[in-house]
Write a protein that binds this ligand. Structure first.
Ligand SMILES: Nc1ncnc2c1ncn2[C@@H]1O[C@H](COP(=O)(O)OP(=O)(O)OP(=O)(O)O)[C@@H](O)[C@H]1O
Ligand SMILES: [Mg+2]
Length: 308
C-alpha cells in the first residue's frame, strides 16, 4: 500500500499584480511505504505548501491527500501515525529543549516516559544541551529538537521540511544518515523537502521535482540519473572509433578521448563494438550527471517567478 497518495492537489494564495499566486498546481504523487521520498524545488516552488496540505494545516483548493488509504481531512485520526517538522515550527523559548518535548507530548496526548525523551534526545545528538533554554539554541540545535519532536509519537510516516537547513556540514551528514536509518532500520516512510540537489541524490530513493508549483519530473533517483550518462573513452585510433560508434550513439571526439552519449546499459555494447573493430581501448569511465545538472536541464535556467 502507498503510505502517502496525493491527487490533483492545487492551492493558490491571494492576488499579486492582478494574478493569482498559484503555489501548487494539479500535483499528484505517491510515496510507497518504507521509501525516503524527496520533494525537490527552488525557493518558492511550493514544497512547504504541499507539506502543509498533506498535514491538513492548509486546505487545498482542489485535490485530495490520503495517508495509508485514509483521507486526511475526513479521517483526521490518521495523522496520529504521522510525525512532522514544518518550516517555522516554534518552541517555547523560556523552556529547555527537554521540557519543550514534554509539553508537546502532553498537548498531543502522547504517552512519553522519561527514557523515551532521553532516547530521542540522544538520537538527534541533543542530550548535553537538552537542559538549556531553547532561547539560547542555534538554528541547527532547534532543527535537531524539531526532529526529535517529529518522532515523539513514534510515527510510521515522517515528514520533514528542509531537515538540514541551518546545520553545519557535520550536522548535515549526521542528519542524513539518521534519516536513511529511519527508513532502513526502523521501516519508516520519510517524505522530505529540499532545495539541495546533492542532498536528495544522497538520501532519497525517489524524487519529485517541482517548479512553480508544477511537477516536472518524478521517479527513482538512480533511474532519473542513469538516463543521462555519458561515457568517456580513451581509445586508438580515435577517428576509427568515432566512425564505428556514430551511427548508433552521438559521440564527440576530444584531444585524446571521445565522449559518447550512452546509458549505463549501453556501455557493454559500446565496448563490444570497438573491440569488434580492433580498436584498442585504454579506459572507459561513466560520467554521471549530478541531480544539479539534471535539475537545470529540466527546469531551464530562467528566473524563478512566484506568479504565473
Ligand atoms: N500563506 C501564504 N500567503 C500567500 N502566499 C503564500 C503563502 N504561503 C506560500 N505562499 C506563496 O506560495 C508559493 C510557494 O511557497 P512555498 O512556501 O510552498 O515554497 P517552498 O518551495 O517551500 O519555498 P522555500 O524553499 O523558500 O521554503 C510562493 O510563491 C509563496 O510566496
Ligand atoms: Mg519551504
Amino acid at each position: 500500500m502507498n503510505a502517502i497518495r496525493i491527487e490533483n492537489l492545487s492551492k493558490s494564495f491571494g492576488w499579486l499584480k492582478s494574478r493569482r499566486v498559484q503555489a501548487v498546481k494539479n500535483l499528484s504523487l505517491e510515496v510507497k511505504t518504507g521509501q525516503v521520498y524527496g520533494l525537490l524545488g527552488r525557493n518558492g516552488a511550493g514544497k512547504t505548501t504541499t507539506i502543509r496540505m498533506i498535514l491538513d494545516l492548509v486546505r487545498p483548493d482542489e485535490g485530495h491527500v490520503h495517508i495509508f488509504g485514509k483521507h486526511v481531512h475526513r479521517d483526521h485520526a490518521i495523522l496520529q501515525r504521522v510525525g512532522a517538522q514544518v518550516e517555522g515550527a516554534n518552541f517555547y523559548n523560556f523552556l529547555s529543549g527537554r521540557r519543550n518535548l514534554k509539553v508537546l507530548a502532553l498537548v498531543g496526548n502522547i504517552e512519553t516516559p522519561e527514557p523515551r525523551i532521553d532516547e530521542l534526545l540522544e538520537l538527534v545528538g541533543m542530550t548535553e544541551r537538552s537542559r538549556r533554554r531553547v532561547k539560547g539554541y542555534s538554528t541547527g540545535m532547534k532543527q535537531r529538537l524539531g526532529l526529535a519532536a517529529a518522532l515523539l509519537n513514534d510515527p510510521d510516516v515522517v515528514i520533514l521540511d528542509e531537515p538540514t537547513n541551518g546545520l553545519d556540514p557535520q550536522g548535515i551528514q549526521e542528519i542524513r544518515f539518521f534519516i536513511r536509518e529511519l527508513a532502513d532500520k526502523h521501516g519508516k516512510t520519510v517524505l522530505l523537502s529540499s532545495h539541495m540537489l546533492g542532498e536528495v541524490e544522497q538520501i532519497c530513493d525517489r524524487v519529485a521535482i517541482i517548479n512553480r508549483g508544477v511537477l516536472i519530473r518524478e521517479g527513482d533517483v538512480r533511474e532519473l540519473l542513469s538516463d543521462q550518462t555519458k561515457l568517456q573513452i580513451e581509445a586508438e585510433p580515435l577517428e576509427a572509433a568515432v566512425q564505428v560508434l556514430s551511427p548508433h550513439w552521438a559521440c564527440r571526439q576530444n584531444t585524446r578521448s571521445l565522449t559518447v552519449d550512452a546509458n549505463r546499459d549501453d556501455a557493454p555494447h559500446v565496448v563490444a563494438k570497438l573491440v569488434e573493430h580492433q580498436i584498442r581501448i585504454f579506459e572507459v569511465t561513466r560520467q554521471r550527471q549530478t541531480l544539479e545538472d539534471f535539475f537545470l536541464s529540466v527546469t531551464g535556467e530562467e528566473e524563478n517567478e512566484d506568479v504565473s
